[in-house]
Design a binder for this molecule. Sequence first.
Ligand SMILES: NC(=O)c1ccc[n+]([C@@H]2O[C@H](COP(=O)([O-])OP(=O)(O)OC[C@H]3O[C@@H](n4cnc5c(N)ncnc54)[C@H](OP(=O)(O)O)[C@@H]3O)[C@@H](O)[C@H]2O)c1
Length: 294
Amino acid sequence: MSAIETVLVTGGTGQTGRTVTDLLHGRGVDVVVASRQAPQDPLPSGVRHTRFDWADDATHDEALRGGIDSIYLLPPPLDPDPVDVVDRFLGRARAAGVRRAVLLNSSAFPLCASGLHAVRLTVQQMPEWSVLLASGFMQNFLGEHPTAIAVRTHHEIVAAAGDGRMGWIDAEDVAAAAAELLTRADHSSREHVLTGPEALSYDRVAVTIAAAWELPVRYRSISPTERGAQLLDAGLPATFVDALVGADVLTANGAEDRVTAEIPQLLGRTATSFAQFVRRHSPSPEPTDRRNEP
Ligand SMILES: NC(=O)c1ccc[n+]([C@@H]2O[C@H](COP(=O)([O-])OP(=O)(O)OC[C@H]3O[C@@H](n4cnc5c(N)ncnc54)[C@H](OP(=O)(O)O)[C@@H]3O)[C@@H](O)[C@H]2O)c1
């Protein structure tokens, strides 16, 4: 089988897609970055951008032009039922000669999120495929993620996960695993449950953040009903809210209390721990703080 030479990175301007792009480019792979908006920062020399919108099939053929071998597949964000559009896109990809796709999915979607499970089967129609079932991203506590904003402004983490533990993972480790699976020669098609090196409750996460960032952060566990109302108030679509609340309930029931060896096996190094992660990053300043800057 010939080597993978050209990779299309959907969601290529997002947090995992940017790292996938940089890692592949660094290995001499041709990369095409796909997203609706052109990237804000210049792309590495030789990497090109293609305008790609899941909602606009006309952009799909254009993205698949030029001999794509492998695709990093980020389904349409916040769409609880992405199967039809992903299926159409992958059908076009196969017709264009693409042989491999690596799907990013979550390990914590509840059974009620049937569309988010079904997309795992869709990708299995590719000649070569991988499904990444990633645990919660440590990056949820940084930047403009609603969890991060609550940490900075109210010094609290709110979830309906009780004292359930989760194998929090650095999204950079997810991206590094994806880059490996997108291009490795000895590929075997299967699902990979990706976690960090330890399973931590939200209480433990709050203690770790408090120590590193010197913020009096606490965890407040609320009921699934309260959590659903909160996410709806935050403007998330109702169907996706069900999936997120269901993920909290799964966590509360212990379904996410696990650590896998996938990251060390794929990358030949240990996965980043939560304590290392928060030591490496500082919480981004509030937008209001920035307004006060001279
Ligand atoms: N956060 C977690 O804890 C967690 C855990 C496990 C799995 N995940 C999964 O991670 C995925 C998100 O990955 P990420 O964090 O790397 O992405 P991200 O930072 O949220 O970026 C999303 C990317 O998708 C593009 N995009 C948005 N809408 C699009 C559309 N309609 N058509 C084409 N492209 C579109 C965005 O660019 P444009 O806006 O310019 O198009 C951007 O490049 C989700 O599928 C989620 O299920 C998350």
